[in-house]
Design a protein around this ligand. Sequence first.
Ligand code: HEM
Length: 505
Amino acid sequence: LHFYYVSWLKPERIRRKLRLQGIAGPPPAFLHGNLKDVKRFLMEEKERREEGEETIRHDYASIIFPHFEQWRKEYGPIFLYTMGNVPMLHVSQAELVKEMNLCKSLDLGKATYLKKTHEPLFGHGILKSNGELWAYQRRIIAPEFFMGKVKGMVDLMVDSAIPMLETWEGRIENGGGRTEIKIDEDLKTYSADVISRASFGSSYSKGKQIFMKLYELKKAVSKPNLLVEITGIRHIPTRRNREVWRLNKEIRSLILQVVKDGGVNEGHCMPEKNFLQAILHNASVAGNGCSTDNAEDFVVDNCKTIYFAGHETTAVSTAWCLLLLAMHQEWQDRARAEVSELCGGNPPDTHSLLKMKTLAMVIQEALRLYPPGPVVAREALQDLKLGGIQLPKGINIFIPVPTMHQDPNSWGPDAFEFKPERFKNGVIGACRVPQMYMPFGAGPRTCLGQNFAMIELKIVLALILQKFRFDLSMNYRHSPKLRLIVEPEFGVDLIMTKVELNLVD
Ligand code: HEM
């Protein structure tokens, strides 16, 4: 009876409440809901792409969400579907998205159905928690990401980029002035280095060890676990589970060790107080009766969260920016001219970064066409009303970000094209409903690392533009792929030359 209740009756009651308000959708089947339909649409889209010509189309929603595109045609911008036993409300109507974006209620939280799957990665850290626990963590952590603090990290970000730039220079020299580089792994190493320095300060080499283990943990967790989820045997010591437990134990003790030691000064360009020390300090000032165990969990879970939330997102965004700049040489030249005017031959600093308007527009446009996070997802943790719809407790709301970012009604008929100048008057000037632009999410749960990410993106792009000129290689295959985030499936291959050589030419 319990099985029947969980797998059918409970989701059906939620669906019924929405159907009674006139919201339709594809009919769900017992146990898998619409999962089989989704698989079929994805398979058909894959076949279509394999048969068709290989062109670079920016509308990645139709590649990773072909089912949504089809259902939107049939049922309109708000419809109901079900994944397994989880009922979902797809929302891609501008006015409702705006309402959700402005909603500050703690009753609209992060999805709980993914909690168990994601727990080994994020624990009860800020990204996945809800209610008072989330509000407390946000209060403690947010001040560390204010612009004032992020500005203090410019030097460490520049420092982190040097090994990558030197490697690329070496490869170009060895290639006789020109070489092809797959940039993705180098960019990930760079952004991991930045987060590691910011989080662990002077203990940064120990931090790198921790991050290598976190990388292994992510790989271990992403091994197939559907059976585990359905039957709840994630507590049974299978090989995968034992690996996840072992890694988590090692990571926990390494993080606590670093926090306890305070660190030995091993390098330069480090913030005065590292990020972990700072949030522990804020927590002790704020109180809330954190027992030792709670304080330890708080630091461990949020250290893991910051790594997973801030490392690949920034690296993948950089890769998308470089791809678009390689495809649009006129923007590459404009951005490079701006950087050289503001910085000369020096690395960017706080002042020059804030003046880089062209680069900011390029980044905004790249995040519009290729937002790494393809959905903003929420769950109604209690019954609540939004935009005239009574949302029953337990319904998951799914906003497809690329669809919102490329809606011609709001962005104009050129919505699918790369046109950074649309942002010359900010998001307000670019889009009819500015709340539809959400590369960093929406409402009170919006990305905490937004300032950090924008500065890091500007720095790495400025440094690359100062040193290199790049074209897209013929080997590049365009295939945005949803892993945890949306990344170029086969990487980005660029033909690189040094800027000085071209100037001499
Ligand atoms: C281009 C890079 C980045 C992108 C595109 C991005 C995107 C996002 C998105 C879409 C969310 C979810 C927001 C929502 O559900 O409404 C998020 C949350 C978050 N991000 Fe980022 N992020 C980036 C970089 C970073 C960095 C560098 C950090 C930290 C160093 C970071 C820390 C966080 C945290 C802590 C949250 C959780 C906020 C909360 O739930 O209160 N992110 N990010």
